[in-house]
Design a protein around this ligand. Structure first.
Ligand SMILES: NC(=O)c1ccc[n+]([C@@H]2O[C@H](COP(=O)([O-])OP(=O)(O)OC[C@H]3O[C@@H](n4cnc5c(N)ncnc54)[C@H](O)[C@@H]3O)[C@@H](O)[C@H]2O)c1
Length: 289
């Protein structure tokens, strides 16, 4: 699809990968609505674009992607202020990692509410408008290579959510295609960002009863390496994926062997195929491409 003249709504759009995507979409002619839980990130992003005389093409909304009411209101505000969106980027996320045996229900609820339900809430609140407007469009969901590569228990909450985002994107694709809406799942490796500040971004209702506070404090000390990828480079990959409706974007090739070994082990675990009847009530999706 053509990006010029569209509106892009980007969650977590005021920092890191989301902000990199925002910059590249704007450079390709899109208007932006940046949604983020952090007012300081939104103010910084707005100032960045104002300094480049692009402020009138950027609107900011403070929201928490795990709050469905706020997401619903944001969809209305986006349509009223900027029109659209034709492009939805469900990108906001946090790092809820820590010792598996210390994670509480509160940590699981928090990690899944932001990293998995966040994209689902975005789709539930924005896709009906995208369909209604009839202009087609594109949805990008940010997962992670951690959703595909076997992960240590320390990363379990994160990996479960990100694996869900990959499957979500794959499985919604045929439904979205009916309305000419393309889908991309972004699976980044290490990218320069402020995800180490996740502890600051944990909504208040998920704070009490967490078992991972110490881990969040350690994470806050993590130094962003020069060897990690620039977010605008990811932004360029997303521009290309939207233009050509690419389902998968992986930023790094470093874990190919592990992913291959994982799928090989799963396939090896499968017995020889035998024909059987799915039954009339179950339809198997047609292979469209
Ligand atoms: N940076 C990496 O190496 C990396 C790798 C793989 C996947 N990812 C994923 O990329 C996405 C973006 O992360 P990033 O690394 O750019 O981090 P980041 O912290 O720089 O950016 C994320 C933004 O999302 C916002 N945010 C956090 N919780 C929110 C909420 N509940 N509602 C709305 N906004 C919220 C933050 O304030 C921040 O501005 C995340 O989904 C993350 O899991 C990042």
């Amino acid at each position: 699809m053509e990006i010029a003249g569209t509106t892009a709504f980007i969650t977590g759009g005021a920092s890191g990968i989301g902000f990199g995507i925002a910059q590249r979409l704007l450079a390709n002619g899109a208007r932006l609505v940046l949604a983020d839980i952090r007012q300081d990130h939104l103010d910084e992003a707005k100032q960045f674009f104002e300094e480049r005389q692009q402020g009138r093409n950027v609107h900011t909304i403070r929201l928490d992607v795990s709050d469905r009411e706020q997401m619903r209101e944001a969809a209305k505000e986006c349509e009223a202020v900027m029109g659209g969106p034709e492009i939805l980027v469900n990108n906001a996320g946090i790092d809820p990692s820590g010792p598996f045996e210390q994670a509480t229900y509160q940590d699981w609820d928090y990690g899944l509410a932001i990293n998995l339900m966040g994209p689902i809430n975005g789709i539930m609140e924005f896709a009906p408008g995208m369909r209604r407007r009839g202009k087609g469009g594109h949805i990008v969901n940010t997962a992670s290579l951690a959703g595909l590569t076997p992960m240590p228990s320390q990363m379990a909450i994160y990996a479960v959510a990100k694996a869900g985002v990959i499957t979500l994107t794959e499985s919604m694709r045929d439904s979205m295609a009916k309305d000419n809406i393309g889908c991309t799942v972004l699976m980044p490796g290490p990218i320069k960002s402020r995800i180490h500040e996740s502890g600051q971004n944990r909504p208040d209702r998920f704070r009490q009863g967490s078992g991972l506070r110490e881990n969040e404090e350690q994470l806050a000390q993590r130094v962003v390496s020069d060897t990690w990828m620039e977010p605008t480079e990811v932004g360029d990959m997303i521009v290309d994926a939207i233009r050509h409706n690419k389902l998968y974007v992986a930023t790094h090739g470093n874990w190919k062997e592990q992913v291959e070994a994982r799928f090989k082990a799963m396939i090896d675990a499968m017995p020889e195929a035998k024909p059987f009847d799915f039954g009339a009530s179950l339809s198997v999706p047609k292979k469209e491409d």
